[in-house]
Design a protein around this ligand. Structure first.
Ligand SMILES: [Zn+2]
Length: 512
């Protein structure tokens, strides 16, 4: 009896913090919102204004180093006293003549400074500058080498940029791809050859180095996160809205290297994700079309499969099918997505080349059946792969019932944000309001944020039994109390409800 009373009291207290929500019965509000949305969706600026305010469940595909804009990197480079090499127009270490410093050039030579921004991002390419000299693909991937020396010295400010951008786009949950320096150093050092028939032997040889790496990486992340909280004033009376963005991390392995380097990066990523609950999974990054990535694709999947058996708790989302016709020979587009799923991927990053795979229909049906979501990055695919409009498979995935999420990939390099991705989804892909709402919810449903879901498996938007009548029942309150995922999902529903009133107001304000 005492326990029951305590439980009820706890439930009542929790209720005070829950929004007054009913989901299942509320059918009038979404249709009114959808009608309002349809009225403004042909006006790109009104659409942007509205979608900027739309709560977005998650950004699940976000490379931390690609998130700051070139302007951020140049500001940090100037503060570090860095220089610009007059021969290459690239950033260079200090010392140099004062007029060659980034700080001086920012003030005295605006056109040179502008050229630097173009070189550190896709800006110039997007405006047609340099488009004859470099493809979007080349410009995009070249940018990383040019700012990397600045990025590795400024992870905490980089995280602050990512969180502030997410807050500005009303993102509830951010799943950031981020490798602490300790992990990067581990990956870059070491020796040994991979025997393809005995992956366990290489792993065993690496094992003694993993404990110290994990300890150093965790301490580094502790320090960076403390610096972020301090910088955003999260413990003060006036915290930055960025403090509200829930965050977890993915550790990244590198695919465009020799096998021992790739395997070491996978081992390090798995070990860190296994040890630190802030890490919820791993990914594999770098251009999928580069020679070592193509040559060793099957080997990489075998390595991932092996490590997934060693570390069964670690969840996998894998870049796969970030390819386009002509970029690689047709034979290289036959089965990457299928093989990533075979290796254990629970989500697919990009998946742009799905239609060109041998058993595309089979893979699409499997993704729909098993709840394997695709992380769609529309701006990234347009710039890097030249795939957009009806050539983009977003609607193909939807047609087969595959869960679709929208994400930014590298919003600083691409000069974009998550709102722009939603705008593109409407203007280029024809999504309506209810479609976007499902995309927003899918971000949390298929994110690796731990805990039980508010929704019935495979039926996002339909609450589980405990929450079917209302989110305010004791059973539903208990679910929310024990599940980080359900807590964020309830918060999203509350914000969506508020947004739909704003949406109606925007449509009425237009006089439509
Ligand atoms: Zn990516």
């Amino acid at each position: 009896m005492v326990n029951v009373r305590r439980f009820l009291l706890g439930a009542l207290l929790s209720l005070a913090t829950l929004p007054n929500l009913t989901i299942a019965k509320d059918v009038s509000q979404p249709s009114e919102a959808a009608t309002a949305f349809a009225r403004i969706s042909d006006d790109p600026l009104l659409l942007y204004m509205a979608l900027k305010q739309m709560p977005k469940g998650a950004d699940l595909h976000n490379h931390l180093a690609g998130t700051p804009f070139a302007e951020n990197y140049l500001e940090w480079a100037a503060a570090d006293g860095m220089c610009v090499d007059p021969q290459t127009s690239d950033l260079a270490p200090s010392p140099c003549a004062k007029e060659q410093t980034v700080a001086a050039i920012a003030v005295d030579r605006p056109f040179v400074y502008g050229r630097l921004i173009d070189r550190l991002s896709a800006r110039g390419w997007l405006q047609g500058v340099d488009s004859d000299e470099a493809s979007g693909h080349t410009q995009f991937f070249s940018s990383f080498d040019r700012f990397f020396a600045v990025a590795v010295r400024h992870y905490a400010p980089t995280m602050m940029v990512a969180l502030r951008d997410a807050a500005a786009d009303r993102v509830v949950y951010l799943e950031l791809m981020h490798n602490p320096l300790a992990l990067s150093r581990y990956i870059a050092s070491g020796a040994g050859q991979v025997d393809r028939s005995d992956l366990a032997a290489f792993y065993k040889a690496e094992q003694p180095r993993l404990g110290p790496m994990v300890a150093a990486a965790r301490a580094e992340l502790d320090q960076d996160e403390a610096e972020v909280r301090e910088g955003l004033g999260c413990a003060t009376d006036t915290p930055d809205p960025a403090c509200r963005v829930a965050t977890h991390y993915l550790a990244s392995a590198m695919r465009a290297h020799e096998p021992e380097h790739v395997f070491r990066s996978l081992i390090g990523a798995f070990a860190l994700a296994d040890a630190d609950p802030r890490y919820v999974g791993i990914n594999i990054v770098m251009p999928e079309d580069w020679a070592p990535s193509l040559r060793d694709y099957d080997l990489h999947m075998a390595m991932i499969g092996y490590l997934a058996s060693v570390y069964p708790k670690v969840r996998l989302t894998l870049h796969a099918g970030e390819l386009a016709p002509g970029l690689v020979p047709p034979a290289d587009m036959r089965d990457h997505i299928k093989k990533a799923i075979d290796a254990g991927a629970e989500r697919i990053g990009h998946g742009t080349a799905i239609a060109y795979e041998d058993d595309a229909a089979g893979t699409l049906k499997r993704m729909a059946r098993d709840g394997i979501a695709v992380e769609i990055n529309l701006t990234s695919n347009a710039v890097i792969l030249g795939v957009s409009g009806p050539d983009h498979p977003l609607n193909l995935y939807r047609r087969y019932g595959v869960p679709v999420t929208l994400s930014t990939d590298d919003q600083g390099v691409l000069r974009s944000n998550l709102t722009q991705e939603y705008v593109r989804a409407v203007r280029e892909q024809g999504l309506g309001y209810e479609d976007l709402k499902q995309v927003s919810r899918a971000g949390l449903e298929y994110g690796f944020v731990p805990g039980e879901s508010l929704w019935i498996s495979g039926r996002v938007g339909t609450p589980v039994g405990d929450c079917a009548k209302s989110l305010e029942t004791a059973a539903c309150t208990a679910l929310v109390a024990r599940s980080e995922k359900a807590r964020l999902q309830v918060a999203l529903e509350s914000e969506l409800k508020r947004f739909e009133q704003i949406l109606v107001g925007i449509a009425v304000g237009k006089g439509a």
